[in-house]
Structures are given as C-alpha cells and as structure tokens.
Design a binder for this molecule. Sequence first.
Ligand code: NIG
Ligand code: FE
Length: 417
Amino acid sequence: MTCLYYNIGFLGGLHPLNTPLRGAELAVYPSINDAYLITEGNKIMAYGSMQDFSPANYSITHRVDVNKGALLPSWCDSHTHIVFAGSRENEFVDKIKGLSYAEIAAKGGGILNSAIKLQQTDSQELYELALERVREVVQAGTGAIEIKSGYGLTLEAELKMLRVIKRLKENTPVLIRATFLGAHAFPTIYKNNPDGYIKLLLTEMIPAIVKEDLAEYIDVFCEEGFFSPAQTALICEAGIKAGLRPRIHANQLAISGGVQVGVTLGAISVDHLESMDEAAMKALSSSSTIGTLLPNASYFLRMQDAPARKLIDNGSIIALASDFNPGSAPSGNMNGVVAQACIRMRMLPEEAFNAATINGACAMELENQCGSIQVGKIANFFITKPIPSLAYYPYAFGSNLITKVVLQGKEIHHSSF
Ligand code: NIG
Ligand code: FE
C-alpha cells in the first residue's frame, strides 16, 4: 500500500538527524506549511511541499485528505509503569487530606499496595487491563512506550509482569521497550533484610529475566527509604554485566545522589529530577545521559517541578514522559504532559514537542525508527484539526485536537488491536 496524505496544513518534526537535541537546538522544530507525505507499507517514503508534489513519480494506491490539519510524529513516552492491577484512588484522597507520598508508603500503601494487588491478579487479566491502557494512550497520540516491571517484587510476579509486556510488544502496533524494575521497593518480608532482597535480585531475578530475554533495561528507585546510591550501583552493575542498560529513578522526593550514580554508570537516562542541586546539575549537563522529566508526577503529588529551564539552559539533554502509574501519575496522556511542560515548567512549545518525541525516542534507543518525520522511519504519526501554529496545541490544553492516528502506516482506531 502506498498512501498519499495531502493538504497537510503543518508538517512538523522534520529532524534530519537521529541524535538527541540539547541547549538551543531543543527549540528548533523543523516544519513545512502546506505539505504532503507518502507512506509505503509501514514506512515513510517521501514528504515535501504540496507545490513540489508530482503524482507521476509514485504509484499511489490510497489517498487521505488531511484537510489543512497538522501531521506530527507520534509521542515517544520513555517512562511508564502501564502494567498494574488496580487503581489507588483511596491514596489520592489521603493525599487530599494532607498525607505525603512518603507517609503513605510508610503505612503500607504506595508501591507495596500495588505489588499485593498484582501478585493476586492472573496474567490474562493483567494483560487485558494493560492492553486497554495502551489503546487509550495510542488514541492520544503515543506511538512508542517504555514499560517497567516493579509491581511484582517476587521472582514469579516480576516474570508475570515482564511476560505481559512481551505480549503487548507482540500484539500491538506500538514500539515497546521493557525495563526490569525489581528494585522498586523492598518487599515487606525483606524489611529488616535488605541485603537478602538484593541477593535475590542479583542471583535469581536478573538471570531468569535475561534467560527469557524479557527486558532491555534495568531500573532502580534510588531514593531515601528505598534504594541507596551504593545499592543502586550494585544492582545496575549486575544488570550491565547481564546485558541490561540502566535507567534510574533519581532525585524525585529528595536529593539522592541518583543522578551522579546514573551518569557514572553510563545510564541511558535519569528520571524525575524534581530535587536537584548544583552537583547533580553539573553531572548531568556534562554527560550524554538523558534527564527525563515527568510533570504528571509532580502535579499529582503537589511537589515542585523539575527545573526544566535550568536544565535546558545548562545544556543537559532532557526528555518528557508520562510516568503512567497508579500511585503518582494515573495518566498516560502525553498531550497533557506537553501542555504542563509549557505551562508550569516554562518550556517553549517547540522544546516540549522535541522532548516528547525525538529525545524520548533517544531515551529508548529507538531514534532510528521513530521520534521524527524522516524518510525510512516507521510511519507513526497523528493528524490534528487545523491549528494556527504549533503553540496553539499546548495552549488549547483541554481540547482533543487529534482526528486520526497512524501507526506502522495504518490508521488505528480503539478497536484495531
Ligand atoms: O515513578 N517513584 C517511583 N515509582 C513511581 C511511583 C510508583 C507508585 O507510587 O506506585 C514513580 O513515580
Ligand atoms: Fe516512575
């Protein structure tokens, strides 16, 4: 199938290179007004200005009138916990009443609450719940997702989660990366024996996961009350030896030292960064590790946002992701993430779009396949109602402007997979 998309009012995200954007580059969003784009099979075959389009060069089999709307590369959401068993709105109410995230975790809520629910849910139900969430975020424009385990916390339950992620990879048109986050919290039975749990991670969980080829990355929640920088390094080093590259939850609730550990280990990304000091800022800006910002989590937990402006201005590479999870960010809608980045973090619309597409793709090492509109890349994009400018998109933060979603070159509806 060779499909022509014509009458495109604004064709955006035309980055020529597949490298992460940093500093002033992040504000550059190459685009063409009044454009066409051609897909062949699941790939982008050509694009250009409508006035340069010559039909004789192609054997077009299908045509789509974009009606002057925008055609933009799909969101690349590089940090989610989309496989989980139940919602936690009771904790949402606890937070309204004034309890902190750490206090809720200390009284047995939080991650441990999700782990009990997940351990009691069979894998088919878990798969169906996660599949429905994937369908929802795809309709909101997402085309690539990183998904973490970490609500299992036993060998059996972590394997169950990762096998669900594998099924999602096989049965959906979304590009998916899997991350082993066994080090998300210490299970209650290891409360007084943290070394025992770390031994389990190193000697049983990592080998079993690698043997079944269930993950590309390893993650650790490096935070006071969770895993220390030394424990984080130990776990990540074991992951690296087994072929899993680290990506780390760092500096969410406090200055944890997680950023420096991640940078030293050559982590692909350090994520959250709500609490940053000069040392962490410096370590990140002089590295190629990507700082992934998760405004859903700081919004939902009523915490300070990551210092996006300072990070961009000091030359750090940053990406934006949803953190979709039942405890601190029960939304995977990247349109909302981009709007929040502009409204609360003072990112320019171009910066936010780039951070949520090409830099997100780089944070999943999928930059050769997605994250921009480029000939040869996978045809993952969405079409919008006509918009007067790119800035209109996050400005109109409450409107659903998406009219069509295309993944792997095919139009995708809620019931397509
Ligand atoms: O990224 N910070 C650790 N993990 C999640 C929250 C998990 C939960 O509360 O269930 C996060 O915010
Ligand atoms: Fe997270």
